[in-house]
Design a binder for this molecule. Structure first.
Ligand SMILES: [Zn+2]
Length: 139
């Protein structure tokens, strides 16, 4: 279901709670919502008003990937970048790594399974932006 974006800074600055397998519907809403917005490639649950650590991004083929409880474990090659955000009017400057190792959970047959994955380039940047959202950071 396509949901309305939440720009409420109070909601967006709350640290998100750990997501569970019960949040599968929320993940689907995130996919539907991000696909409904032109030029949007990633979305965190608190951006639709739910403070759970679930995020989604679209790869360069437009395919959706859901990460539950993502954490950055390690980063390489930091640089300062300006980023825009769907739920913040002004762009912000952040330090982003070109390569990151991310731990997250993936929903498999109704259960969350821990995974680790390396991301590089713009996907790495999106994932770091999403993790900031999960931590209640306004970016
Ligand atoms: Zn954002």
């Amino acid at each position: 279901m396509i949901r309305e974006l939440c720009k409420d800074k109070e909601v967006l600055s709350k640290k998100c709670q750990r997501a569970t397998a019960e949040d599968a519907d929320l993940a689907q809403d995130l996919i539907d919502t991000v696909k409904s917005i032109d030029d949007a490639a990633c979305l965190a649950a608190n951006q639709i008003g739910v403070t759970k650590a679930v995020v989604v991004y679209l790869d360069d083929k437009g395919e959706a990937h859901v990460l539950y409880n993502p954490r950055i474990m390690m980063g390489l090659r930091a640089s300062r970048v300006a980023e825009g955000c769907l739920t913040l009017d002004e762009p912000t400057k952040s330090t982003r790594y070109d390569k990151v190792k991310v731990a997250y959970d993936e929903l498999v047959d109704g259960k969350l399974v821990p995974r680790k994955r390396d991301y590089t380039g713009w996907v790495a940047q999106m994932v770091q932006h999403m993790v900031d959202h999960c931590n209640g950071k306004l970016v």
